[in-house]
Design a protein around this ligand. Structure first.
Ligand SMILES: Cc1ncc(COP(=O)(O)O)c(C=O)c1O
Length: 563
């Protein structure tokens, strides 16, 4: 490690060499080689998932409060990156890391990122993105067809038709959802006579023009927080995202959805509500559940509103025939969002928003004089973002390299892994699984066998209780025990982070068998193809061992509760 990087005398000559080619092409290849070795070492390195460095220690490493002045050599900066950054990065590709949607990527993605950086195309306009604009349109058409399956003629006509856009490639799922809801807002308050539409006049005037007091977006309580962000950015307001409760399977409760809509439509005089969009989720963030899209679609049609499906997590499973029935009804959506950096195994980041109608993106079309001119073929006419990278190369290439058959194998493995974990948790006496989805997310908690038994017995007592007071007392007891087990699981999760040989995430759900109580759960996302049953067994054994150690501290307090 070079502790004192050599300062380089700044000269334009030196800087030019950085731009044209480092010193000579050999140097470029030499650095490239060193860099690939460095990355390879990172993957081979054993040890903790998060590195043992503490956050205060990290803040001391990165405490230089001023921009560096004199340049230093590339090799010295690479060495600094190796020691300070790579060494302390999270090994999200480690097969013992099963806690988040961010996971392992195929190695060819790293090479594709190099091409993206080397070409430095800007997708906003054809003058900075030639072939890459066509690649993007082709990818968008592939995904559009997967979701909406419109006719051959439709795709032949529109795949490279510059007058329309079937969707946008976005930075991420958040922006994809926001784009969908922006279009929904424009469709809800379109130009009307002399009124030029909400995009020109803002929400306030649009509501007044159409005689409404507010506009709302309806989604289940499992809706991703990006919906609230979009509502605030679009001037709709976070309070106007109406969350409908879910059923025991974490799917939107259709009856409650209907009830909510009826009550909005009955609205008191002077309190009229415009439903801007009704949303379905195809793969909820916390539990991987898929809403009943068919029913939601029917309701949205009856109401005459935009039907958006957030399939950021699960949408890629449409590639595989056996998963398609999960998404029944998605083809009736007005818009659908999918993230490539989730189940397409692309590195951070790329989202896509797709519109069933090729006309919908006209609602947000822009033009200006220096680029994206009205009659140009520039992709940027239809996007919320301005400059955008050639990120679509990653899914475009991986859909060829892996193919839908390959993705099928990856998803089948993910499904098997999810069920293996469930089986291992169920056979160990000290866990309770609380949700398992078809889309590779499982939630569970640590609960010593005898406590679980006690809870089951109390639930039986509650169910057979004849008098209200007795049932209430039993319910209180169940609540107390769950509260206690919540604290145990928070402590366990923190201990697992310290142990750092395995990783699962943690969340809090109300939709478990103990509702209406909130239950702290551990959340596993099982998409790494390198995670297998042996590794899962080690993970469960570790959680059990550490869980039992913590339980020793909790046990005497528990005895006091159950007396
Ligand atoms: C269902 C769902 N929608 C939207 C998003 C937002 O995606 P991104 O993090 O790419 O902005 C996520 C992220 O986890 C998600 O799970």
């Amino acid at each position: 490690m070079n502790e004192t990087p050599k300062k380089v005398k700044t000269s334009l000559e030196y800087l030019r060499k950085l731009f044209i080619m480092p010193d000579s092409p050999d140097k470029f290849i030499e650095f490239g080689h060193d860099l690939l070795e460095m990355i390879h070492d990172f993957f081979q390195e054993k040890g903790g998932i998060h590195s043992s460095i503490t956050l205060p220690e990290l803040s001391r490493i990165f405490d230089q409060a001023a921009v560096p002045d004199r340049p230093v050599l590339i090799k010295d900066v690479l060495s600094e990156i190796k020691n300070k950054v790579i060494g302390h990065s999270v090994k999200v590709g480690n097969p013992y890391y099963i806690g988040h949607m961010t996971s392992a990527i195929p190695y060819f993605m790293i090479l594709l990122e190099m091409i993206i950086a080397a070409l430095n195309q800007n997708q906003v306009k054809i003058e900075t993105a030639k072939a890459s604009s066509f690649v993007e349109r082709e990818l968008v058409a592939w995904l559009h067809r997967l979701v909406f399956n419109r006719t051959n003629k439709f795709y032949e006509k529109n795949i490279q038709n510059p007058r329309i856009a079937l969707g946008n490639v976005t930075a991420d799922g958040t922006l994809a959802n926001m784009t969908a809801l922006l279009v929904a807002r424009e469709k809800a308050f379109p130009p009307d006579g002399k009124f030029p539409g909400s995009r020109m006049m803002g929400m306030d005037r649009a509501l007044r023009h159409y005689g409404y007091d507010r506009g709302v977006i309806i989604v289940s309580e499992r809706g991703h927080y990006s919906i609230r962000k979009a509502a605030s950015l679009l001037g709709i307001g976070e309070h106007n995202v109406l969350n409908i409760s879910v059923d025991d399977n974490n799917r939107i409760d259709i009856k409650k959805l209907r009830r909510k809509i009826n009550s909005l439509q009955r609205g008191k005089v002077g309190n009229r509500t415009k439903i801007i969009a009704i949303m379905g989720i195809a793969g909820t963030t916390e539990t991987g559940s898929v809403d009943n899209l068919q029913k939601i679609g029917e309701i949205a049609r009856e109401v005459g509103t935009h039907f958006h499906v957030d399939a950021c997590w699960g949408g890629s499973a449409l590639l595989v025939d056996e998963y398609r029935s999960l998404f029944r009804g998605i083809q009736e959506a007005d818009s659908v969002t999918i993230d490539a950096h989730k189940l397409l195994y692309c590195p951070m980041t790329m989202g896509v928003v797709l519109f069933r109608s090729e006309r919908d993106l006209q609602f947000i079309r822009h033009s200006t004089h220096y680029a994206i001119r009205r009659n140009s073929v520039d992709t940027g006419r239809f996007t919320v973002e301005g400059s955008r990278p050639f990120a679509c190369l990653k899914p475009w290439a991986s859909l060829k390299i892996i193919g839908s058959e390959g993705y099928g194998l990856l998803f089948r493995h993910a499904n098997k892994t999810t069920h293996n974990l469930k089986e291992l948790l169920d056979t160990c006496n000290n866990f309770e699984t609380l949700s398992v989805s078809e889309l590779f997310i499982l939630t569970y908690r640590f609960i010593p066998g005898k406590v679980r038994k006690k809870l089951l017995a109390l639930r039986d007592v509650e169910a057979s209780s004849r008098d209200k007071a007795g049932a209430k007392e039993t319910r209180q007891k169940i609540k107390k025990i769950n509260h206690f087990i919540n604290a145990l699981n928070i402590k366990l999760h923190k201990a697992l982070r310290r142990d750092d040989t395995t990783f699962v995430s943690r969340t809090t759900l109300e939709s478990t068998r103990y509702r209406p109580q909130n239950i702290v759960v551990l959340r596993a996302v099982l998409i790494n193809p390198l995670t297998d049953k042996r590794i899962l067994k080690e993970i469960v054994d570790t959680h059990n061992r550490i869980g039992l150690q913590i339980w020793e501290e909790f046990e005497s307090a528990y005895r006091k509760i159950v007396i």
